[in-house]
Design a protein around this ligand. Structure first.
Ligand SMILES: Cc1ncc(COP(=O)(O)O)c(C=O)c1O
Length: 383
């Protein structure tokens, strides 16, 4: 096994695909200008979230102690679920210990023989794993290709079908055609699952893209969410009908066989939901900053907070990201297998708590690094 591990490591090094812990200095913000995190609203360091988390620890303990279906449900879980419904317009919500677990739990509970799961080819890894584990038949659809989606749904032989999209794609940053996809799903009696990891708190005035598309609470539309991005906490949730919630409580393996979400995380996320509802300027600031970033980088305006810039080879992406880091700017560097089409990308995220000046400065650094390809390429050899 050791030899095999060493061999795999050599392959990663040769291909420029090495990853490691990216350690943040201290508990607060990095001294670098951070456009790599998903803390879109800057809530992860908001004192109101911290106060809610501390109060929940004092009231409910540091851990949930057990599965939600044994003794692990506290009032704070129910409060979180009700806040999520108030924010997004969902009928019902169920929280999980992460967004990953929510996706695994949902598709596992909907899948199995007799279900076809159609995944957009750029869907997040958690949903790919979820579909594989569900033992359903799985089909991949070209990115946002409604014609192919129609073909796959009309040709299906399984009694049930589930179509899985992201409202704002995590790496590409573009928006799914939700209204058209929902129409197709209704026509072919398929359930539409929308992962709003990068939508809730950012799009639709914070309520998410499903709400903005007029699909919130609609029968046949289910949303999955993470509490760890715009909501500044940790955990995940499935938002849908009360019937679906009861089904998940009874069948979702990552709900039943997992300790409940930590009370502190639940309370922080519940506080974040309230803040999003009460502070529309904070949400608007993300879009404003995303637009500044796009304008400065000469890229298309993003659908949400994520600006994705094609770079090509992983070595070049790594070299540009490392040059930017030397200049005080942290950007995401997405390489295979995180990019299904094999095209490495820089991923820049706008945040509500950054100034217009910081966005312009970041965009100028990025543009210069991209234009400076020869220097970047030679650094790439060393990276
Ligand atoms: C689209 C999408 N879904 C799900 C997840 C997983 O969420 P979590 O980090 O809460 O497990 C992520 C996080 O990276 C994501 O980007």
């Amino acid at each position: 096994m050791t030899e095999w591990l060493q061999g795999r490591e050599r392959v990663r090094i040769t291909r420029g695909l090495v990853r490691g812990d990216a350690v943040r200095g201290g508990t607060g913000r990095s001294p670098l200008l951070d456009l790599a995190s998903n803390d879109y609203l800057g809530l992860s360091t908001d004192p109101r979230l911290a106060a809610a988390a501390i109060a929940a620890i004092h009231r409910h303990g540091t851990g949930a102690r057990a599965s939600r279906v044994v003794t692990g449900t506290s009032a704070v879980h129910l409060e979180l679920e009700s806040e999520l419904c108030a924010l997004t317009g969902a009928e019902s919500a169920l929280s999980f210990s992460s967004g990953y677990a929510a996706n695994l739990g949902l598709l596992g509970a909907l899948g199995g023989p007799g279900t076809l799961i159609v995944l957009d080819e750029h869907i997040h890894a958690s949903l790919i794993d979820a579909a594989r584990l569900s033992r359903a038949e799985v089909a991949s659809c070209a990115h946002s290709d409604l014609a192919q989606l129609r073909t796959l749904l009309s040709a299906r032989t399984q009694p049930r079908a589930v179509v899985v999209l992201e409202s704002v794609y995590s790496v590409l940053g573009d928006a799914a055609p939700l209204v058209e996809a929902a129409r197709l799903c209704a026509q072919f009696d398929a359930l539409l699952v929308v992962d709003e990891a990068h939508g809730i708190g950012v799009t639709g005035a914070g309520a998410g893209s499903v709400h903005a598309a007029g699909l919130a609470g609609r029968d046949g539309v289910v949303v999955t969410a993470t509490l760890s991005k715009a909501l500044g906490a940790q955990g995940g949730a499935v938002l849908g009908s009360a019937l679906l919630r009861r089904h998940l409580v009874n069948t979702a393996r990552t709900f039943i066989f997992d300790t409940g979400l930590a009370p502190a995380a639940a309370a922080a996320a519940a506080a974040a939901c309230r803040i999003i509802g009460e502070e529309p300027d904070r949400v608007a600031a993300v879009s404003r900053n995303a637009a500044l970033l796009a304008a400065g980088c000469g890229t298309e305006a993003a659908a949400g907070a994520v600006q994705s810039i094609k770079v090509g080879r992983p070595e070049r992406a790594l070299a540009i990201a490392s040059r930017l880091q030397d200049q005080g700017l942290l950007v995401g560097c997405f390489r295979p297998p995180s990019v299904p089409d094999g095209v490495s990308r820089l991923r820049l995220t706008a945040r509500a708590d950054l100034s217009a000046e910081q966005m312009r400065h970041a965009a100028a650094l990025v543009s210069a690094a991209l234009a400076d390809e020869p220097a970047v390429t030679s650094r790439g050899g060393a990276a």
